[in-house]
Design a protein around this ligand. Sequence first.
Ligand SMILES: [Zn+2]
Length: 394
Amino acid sequence: MGPAYTTAYRYFVDDPDTPSIEKTVFDRHFVGMASTFPARESGYVTDSAAGATALATGVKSYNGAISVDSDKRPLTSVLTFAKAKNKKIGVVVTSQVNHATPATYLTHNEDRNNYNQIADSYVDDGWKTDVLLGGGLKYFHREDRNLIEEFKKDNGHFINHYQQLSDLPDNKPVLGLFANIGLPWAIDDKQANRLKTMTKAAISALSNTEGGFFLLIEASQIDWGGHKNDIATAMAEMHDLAKTLEYLEVFVAENPDTLVVLTADHSTGGLSLGANGKYEWEPKVLRQMTMSPQAIAQKITEQKLNQQTLNTMLNFELTDEEYALLYEIEAADLVNAITINIRQIIDGRTNTGWSTSAHNAVDVQVFALGNSKNIFSGSQDNTDIAKKLFKLLK
Ligand SMILES: [Zn+2]
């Protein structure tokens, strides 16, 4: 979530019928910037593992590293350090819970792609989290091992439906896995604002304690929208994050000893607002969308929809050429090919530009609210964020 994303979000939620452009929750809590480069051997563009390792441990490592240094020695994360300081700890993500970011805060591995090993380590190294919520069922319930049964045998409380979040115990560890891999896109998920919903539930289970708590929250799929060059789903993910931050704003007002720090591990996609040689970025069609391009493409392959039905689904009128782009194509993976075409039609309508399907090296913003927020002001490195958190925890 580099600066282009929070800027896009401001215009995405702007009310065009008022003379002013309203400030967002991100505008209200901006305090500084952070550089994101990984360890020397990986150049200037970080991946999520090195980025999260820097944010979690205060040490730069190579791309792919899960809380190990360049020599593959394990590093301590702020989250496990908080645990050692008798705080309750939690992790809430919209990716699988053994994905790069949550993994760096909880375990160590020389390669982020060792998904099964990472999931195993959560159980084998002793269960650490009081609350762990996100996706990843397929890594926990495998042919060779059922980590869910092992967790339950060890007095763990397992859930797999969002409705069960309303009733979490605060005296035993909770594992909530709501999808096989990542959660559905926010725009398609039947649970509105799923990140906010999970965050609220986690905080109510964690905050009932004398010693305090440390919760890691990741709006994981803003990055995934960026990788797919999909502005519609990226904006919906941003909206879920904004609603989460607005909830935390209220929590901090009621609990002023709480600190919230928000940043990104990197930006993705080289998003630009204004493309095609025009001084114009027009998010109107994005505001009207109620399904991801991927979900629309899925429907198109299931049944023949006339132009009218498709216009209703997209909430804008397709030209005849655009309609042909969705129906008169042949490809091995038809859903994927149609999804890409829908995204490109939307990019054309909005003048959204992308320069890569990967990450880029721009600095990212830092937002902070509550107790000690000022120490995150100004220009800093991503490792400084962890160093400042360690200092506060000491
Ligand atoms: Zn990424």
